[in-house]
Design a protein around this ligand. Structure first.
Ligand code: ARG
Length: 459
């Protein structure tokens, strides 16, 4: 049996069931590279501070490299007896370098070690996620540019409301993913804090130099309170919250793509490469990617609930409960990355049915608000104009016609202020071009928004 680094005060061995139950190696082995990186920095700092000799440091550094090679070559043996990745690496180091291996853990505890490892991991992953969010934004902006003049019905309550540019609709998602990027960027400030040196909870008696460790590991700052450092998982909760909001955006986008690709809407076709078939119905071509992204949102929301509930009511400082932070965190990172990447690949594989979208925008009285606006321009108070337009809609329904298909005499029954110019006023072109205030859907505005986004994204 491998000896445990903490078993000095124990006279009986750990029950096998307990070993299995408390082990986290299956999950936290993903942190091996971060753990070794942290240990290397710790060793360099200890040698600099003469806590260990240069020779000892060299032997230990060399040993850690060998352990890393073993892990990467698949020669490493994992066992529940050694609980977690930290103890596995320390024990393997001892096997490689002999008794000097026992010096690695001087001046630190697994409590600050694990906090450091997770921060190293999440800093890297957050940056990678931010980069891929930029790629996604680029694809959205490019698609919007290619389809700048496509008109579609804009919806509220999933009922046709007013015509909008498809590019404007797409750019709404650009705005969402841009905010997601900014949230991760902000969160990075709280991740980028170096906790090592807090030891178990109270700090250490060795003359360590925490700032040197920070410098070696390229963290922005060292943590300021040892008890907070070992028990702070705000950065994990924060990251998963932001990831959840980002997934919510994906789930909304997915819902729209799923609806739009149905025969009922027929606004888009997702290419064969990004859809799947049915094992029973030969005609089926399903938007499974979008559906799975929508489904995976549930996992991430679940991960957020898990981490919040794990942290709730924990007394200071470290508690073993916190070992449960890794599964939701890793799963969130992996899920979000996969969803961003698949969307970035899928969006250019969607064809847009311009005519169908335009036709849909011309049916369903989407110009009723503009008819009211027309009357307002002629001096009618808005509420009254709204009522006239509403009555006209009711009338048009009985005639199975759209407002712009009614005859001038019919329109005049409801207001003699309506003239021949109404037909031009109610055209989609004119409706869009009147929406000129900042952020509205006119061509000019959308063009400006696309220019601004392209500039920010360097495309
Ligand atoms: N595997 C543990 C975790 O992930 C490492 C810290 C363990 N500390 C302890 N005192 N048992 O949280």
């Amino acid at each position: 049996m491998a000896q445990k680094p903490w078993d000095g005060r124990f006279s009986q061995t750990t029950d096998k069931m307990v070993e299995k139950f408390t082990s986290s190696i299956d999950v936290d082995k993903a942190l091996y590279a971060c753990d070794i990186e942290g240990s290397i920095a710790h060793l360099k700092m200890m040698a600099q501070q003469s806590i260990i000799t240069q020779d000892e440091a060299a032997a230990l550094l060399n040993g850690l490299e060998k352990v890393r090679d073993k892990i990467e070559n698949g020669e490493f043996q994992y066992s529940d007896t050694l609980e977690d990745i930290h103890m596995h690496i320390e024990s393997a180091l001892g096997e490689v370098v002999g008794t000097v291996g026992k010096k690695l853990h001087t001046g630190r505890s697994r409590n600050d070690q694990v906090a450091l490892d997770v921060r190293i991991y999440l800093k890297k992953e957050t940056k990678a996620i931010m980069d891929s969010l930029l790629d996604l934004q680029k694809v959205i902006v490019t698609t919007a540019k290619q389809n700048i003049d496509v008109v579609m019905p804009g919806y509220t309550h999933l009922q046709r409301a007013q015509p909008v540019l498809f590019s404007h609709h797409l750019m709404a998602y650009y705005e969402m993913f841009k905010r997601d990027y900014e949230r991760f960027e902000d969160c990075l400030k709280r991740i980028d804090v170096m906790p090592l040196g807090s030891a178990a909870l109270a700090g250490t008696t060795y003359p360590i130099n925490r700032d040197l460790t920070r410098e070696i590991l390229k963290f922005a700052k060292v943590s300021d309170n040892s008890m907070d450092s070992v028990s702070d998982r705000d950065f994990v909760m924060e990251f998963i919250s932001h990831a959840t909001i980002c997934m919510i955006h994906f789930s909304r986008f997915s819902e729209e793509l799923i609806l739009w690709s149905s025969s009922e809407f027929a606004f888009i076709t997702i290419s064969d490469g990004f859809t799947t078939g049915s094992s029973i119905m030969p005609q089926k071509k399903n938007p499974d990617v979008a559906e799975l992204v929508r489904g995976k949102t549930g996992r991430v929301v679940g991960n957020l609930m898990a981490i919040l509930t794990i942290m709730k009511s924990l007394p200071l400082a470290y508690n073993r409960d916190m070992q449960e932070d890794k599964e939701p965190l890793f799963d969130t990172v992996n899920t979000l990355k996969a969803c961003i990447d698949i969307y970035t690949a899928m969006i250019p594989n969607i064809s847009i049915h311009k005519e169908t979208m335009l036709n849909a925008a011309q049916k369903g009285y989407l110009n009723a608000t503009d008819l009211a606006d027309y009357l307002v321009v002629k001096g009618v108070p808005f509420r009254e104009a709204h009522s006239v337009s509403g009555k006209l809609v009711g009338f048009a329904i009985t005639k199975s016609k759209e407002l712009h298909e009614l005859k001038l005499e019919e329109l005049k029954i409801f207001s003699d202020l309506i003239d021949e110019d109404i037909f031009d006023f109610l055209s989609i072109e004119k409706m869009l071009s009147r929406r000129i205030t900042h952020g509205s859907t006119s061509y000019e505005n959308v063009r400006k928004a696309l220019e601004k986004a392209s500039h920010l994204l360097n495309i």
